[in-house]
Ligand binder design. Structure first.
Ligand code: S3P
Length: 190
């Protein structure tokens, strides 16, 4: 699926709320010896507020503007595993940009599992005041963005360990394909 990795040294996880980006990202970073960062944490630290507080006080449009600024700032990062918020790659041009910053992995799953997990964990303003049908429609619409990832991993079939194993294998395979004189972890094939 989905083409070759572009860019190099970051691994960027995208996917809907509840997909397990934080859990997979943390473990993946440990296995790769890379730093782990979450775009939501970058925003919360910068604003001195939680994500629900930002939504409540300034609204979604403001939060999306903060995400756009973080996307710019990601250009300075190398050697990171980045877990993005569910809507982060769904702004115009965001996926194209992410693909230049590293290998982009979509953690995909069945909607029911995503919805159940995200609702259970809480702290998701995008679920507040939306019916299940509306959230399902949002997921369908976002798939067009997530699909632009280099690799999709089906979290409905794989546990966290197996998903990390799948990603590591993909990174290794593409590492092998790159020319020997390049030092980056992952490079596009010929
Ligand atoms: C959002 C997902 C959240 C967070 C914010 C908005 C979204 O991140 O960025 O609440 O639009 O789907 P998670 O995907 O980690 O829940």
């Amino acid at each position: 699926m989905l083409g070759r990795p572009d860019g190099s040294r970051n691994v960027i996880l995208v996917g809907f709320m509840g997909a397990g980006k934080s859990t997979v990202g943390r473990l993946l970073a440990r296995r790769l010896g890379l730093c782990f960062v979450e775009t939501d944490d970058m925003i919360a630290a910068q604003e001195g507020k939680s994500i629900p507080e930002i939504f409540a006080e300034r609204g979604e449009a403001h939060f999306r503007a903060l995400e756009a600024a973080v996307l710019e700032a990601l250009g300075e990062k190398q050697g990171h595993v980045v877990a993005t918020g569910g809507g982060f790659p769904c702004q115009p041009g965001a996926m194209e940009r992410l693909r230049t910053l590293g290998t982009v992995i979509w953690l995909a799953a069945d909607f029911d599992a995503l919805y159940e997990r995200a609702s259970r964990l809480g702290g998701r303003p995008m679920l507040a005041g939306r019916s299940r049908e509306d959230v399902a429609a949002l997921y369908e619409a976002r798939k067009a963005f997530y699909r632009q990832a280099h690799l999709a991993v089906d979290m409905s079939r794989l546990g966290v360990d197996a998903a990390v194993g799948r990603i590591l294998r993909y990174l290794r395979e593409h590492e092998r394909a790159r020319p020997a004189n390049r030092s980056a972890a992952v490079r596009p094939g010929p």
